[in-house]
Design a protein around this ligand. Structure first.
Ligand code: FMN
Length: 321
């Protein structure tokens, strides 16, 4: 009897080996423990933890979440206990996870990122670091790190100097030229790029004549942003050589495939976990079936396969109409 080999879903992101190409998005999966009763954590690649900052943060005023027709707006405001408490009370609990654990670092100065990254990466429980650079830099009038190539380069260089562990830099879609930011992050020492974080947005209560979010503005996630995210992956993939973790609105295996075909080596699932914690396992099953049906040995065989040459991709003057 001939036994057919299961397609290989393992991927390597920098120095990080993942058994499955699926990460759970920061802020959307707790530490993994919250989901353990519902899913087999051994069947996901890894969890990206909620972003942690140098000082404790209470987060933004409520309401912090607004449902939208195809996703949600959030303005949590990086609520977290600060790195000292986190190291003393939380990190040890991550040691027994049957998947990889990726720490997420946020900050409001270059120094913040370096300090938190160094302390978090020094812990054995943390296998890699993601830099959430969608934060305002207090030294330059609140300009977002991820929206400025120079600031991106500075913050990545500073974090890079503190650790040899895999450094994933998470880019923002709220920019004109994401490829330019991606190139700076790569040149400054990023091992991989997470593409993309939430899209800025707001919602208004028409009875109260008031913004719905306590913070006024927030970040849009879920299926509404998927085409924006797929394009961002597509453009970043042609700008850099380092691997990409694609994310933004992934709910089904077809959604996931779009990201791999655009050029992502792995994907991240965030908002979908709130409505169905089995989505990551369903996607893993679906990827296996898809590859087997096409007699492909590995998920790596499809990465970037829909990423056409520039002449094909940009043969028209504009995209609309
Ligand atoms: C409630 C909520 C909290 C989030 N918190 C963080 C965070 O702390 N750090 C971060 O880098 N991204 C955070 N994100 C962004 C997600 O990790 C993800 O990149 C984004 O939502 C797009 O993917 P999705 O559409 O699958 O959710 C958060 C998203 C949501 C919805």
């Amino acid at each position: 009897m001939v036994t057919r080999m299961q397609p290989d879903l393992s991927v390597r992101i920098g120095k990080l080996d993942l058994a499955y190409p699926t990460l759970m998005g920061s802020g959307c999966y707790g530490s993994g423990a919250e989901f353990e009763p519902f899913v087999d954590l051994a069947r996901i690649g890894g969890v990206v933890l909620k972003s942690v900052t140098r000082a404790p943060r209470l987060g933004n005023p409520t309401p912090r979440l607004v449902h939208t027709p195809a996703g949600m707006l959030n303005a949590i405001g990086l609520q977290n206990p600060g790195i000292a408490w986190y190291l003393a009370h939380d990190v040890a609990k991550f040691a027994s996870r049957p998947c990889k654990v990726i720490g997420s670092v946020a900050g409001f100065s270059v120094d913040d990122y370096a300090v938190v990254c160094e302390q978090l990466a020094a812990r054995d429980e943390i296998h890699a670091i993601e830099l959430n650079i969608s934060c305002p830099n207090v030294a330059s009038e609140g300009e977002t790190f991820a929206c400025d190539p120079r600031l991106t380069a500075r913050v990545v260089r500073a974090a890079r100097a503190t650790t040899g562990k895999t450094l994933i830099v998470k880019l923002s879609p709220n920019v004109t030229d994401i490829a330019a930011i991606a190139r700076e992050a790569e040149a400054a020492g990023a091992d991989a790029l997470a593409v993309v974080n939430t899209v800025r947005g707001m919602a208004i209560d028409v009875d109260a004549w008031h913004p719905r979010l306590g913070n006024v503005t927030g970040g849009l996630s879920g299926p509404a942003i998927r085409p924006i995210a797929v394009l961002a992956v597509y453009e970043v993939a042609r700008a850099v050589k380092i691997p990409i973790v694609g994310q933004g609105g992934i709910e089904t295996v077809t959604d996931a495939l779009e990201f791999f075909l655009a050029g992502a080596s792995a994907i991240s699932i965030g908002t979908a976990n709130f409505t169905d914690p089995r989505v990551p396992e369903t996607i893993v099953d679906g990827l296996s079936e898809y590859l087997a049906r096409r007699k492909l040995a590995s998920i790596r065989d499809i990465v970037g396969r829909a990423n056409l040459g520039f002449a094909n991709a940009y043969q028209f003057e504009g995209d609309e109409g």
